[in-house]
Design a protein around this ligand. Structure first.
Ligand code: SF4
Length: 319
């Protein structure tokens, strides 16, 4: 377990953590090893700015783990626990129990995992902590494939997307797993989607999640230029286009039933989103229509649920 930033030998860990937390919260998680244009560090930085220093990160194998630093070095301004690929939920529950027993119920346990660890490998344990309603903030930074190990397909990879495990001429034929519906089925207190291109929306949701207790789940789109075969300069543009094209709508679900859109997607930018990424280069026009129709259908369902709940505003429009 890394105790703090750069694990500065001979320096008192607690004092270092606070000093460097304050630095990082205002500027950056400096010295990380992520690729240019990576969304994961942007997301983590803004989330930690809301959660504050009384946070423990539990992180499985994945890009976040390897780009945090090579032991004993770490960019994290808070304790960062490395755990096996499938064990994030169980380890986070253990950390939670330990903190509670030692009288530190106020400390946030942040499970920070990619889509492979969440949608696939850790799904069983995730379901278990959701069913028990453990007091954990679980965040999935979703880059839509196993990027750290070489761009293998995950169940978060979108329909028609290329990966190194989708043979030539056989693009992914299955739609992206609907993680929001799965978490809603567990009736957890709070689920929300988020994007690094909509930081006000994201930080409002993190603040809301921090106010609540029980299992809270944030599903965040995390641009990955190498895996998406895109220019690093387009990372945030792609994150914005994913939301506006309705491929990654911004919404929240309270107690598993109350759906609320938090940004009205314009429906524009679908073609541009695909054109900017090499992973969609091999899609036929028919495949594109299928993907767009699926996104529009899901967005229509969200809109219906939003309106049924009597919601007439989005977060940014509230008086
Ligand atoms: S491979 Fe992708 S997710 Fe991993 S560090 Fe690079 S940009 Fe980030």
């Amino acid at each position: 377990m890394n105790q703090g930033p750069h694990s500065a030998a001979g320096r008192p860990a607690a004092a270092v953590a606070m000093t460097d937390y304050e630095f990082c919260s205002q500027y950056d998680l400096y010295g990380h090893m992520a690729c240019p244009g990576c969304g994961e560090k942007i997301l983590l930085r803004h989330i930690l700015n809301v959660l504050g220093p009384e946070t423990v990160i539990v992180c499985p194998a994945g890009c976040a783990a390897v780009t945090d630093g090579v032991f004993p070095h770490s960019i994290s301004p808070v304790p960062f626990l490395h755990v096996p690929f499938d064990a994030t939920p169980a380890a986070a529950a253990g950390v939670r129990a330990g903190l509670d027993l030692s009288g530190r119920k106020h400390v946030t346990v942040l499970a920070w995992a990619g889509d492979g660890a969440t949608f696939d490998i850790g799904m069983g344990a995730l379901s278990a902590i959701a069913e028990r309603n453990e007091n954990i903030l679980y965040v999935c930074y979703d880059n839509e494939a196993y990027m750290n190990t070489g761009i293998q397909r995950s169940s978060a990879t979108p329909y028609g997307g290329w990966s190194t495990t989708t043979p030539k001429g056989q693009l992914k034929a299955e739609p992206k797993k609907n993680i929001g519906a799965i978490m809603a089925a567990h009736r957890i207190p709070y689920f929300a989607s988020g994007s690094p291109a909509f930081l006000d929306d994201l930080t409002a949701k993190v603040a809301q999640a921090k106010r609540l207790s029980g299992l809270r789940f944030l599903h965040l789109l995390s641009p990955c230029p190498p895996g998406w075969k895109a220019d690093p300069r387009d990372g945030i543009t792609l994150a914005r286009l994913a939301v506006e094209s309705r491929l990654f709508p911004l919404y929240e679900i309270i107690e598993g039933t109350h759906y609320r859109l938090t940004h009205e997607s314009s429906g524009a930018g679908f073609d541009e989103y695909l054109q900017l990424q090499g992973r969609f280069r091999y899609m036929s026009a028919g495949d594109r229509r299928i993907l767009q129709a699926d996104a529009d259908r899901f967005y229509a369902q969200l809109t219906l649920r939003h309106n049924r709940n009597g919601e007439t505003t989005v977060i940014g429009e509230e008086p």
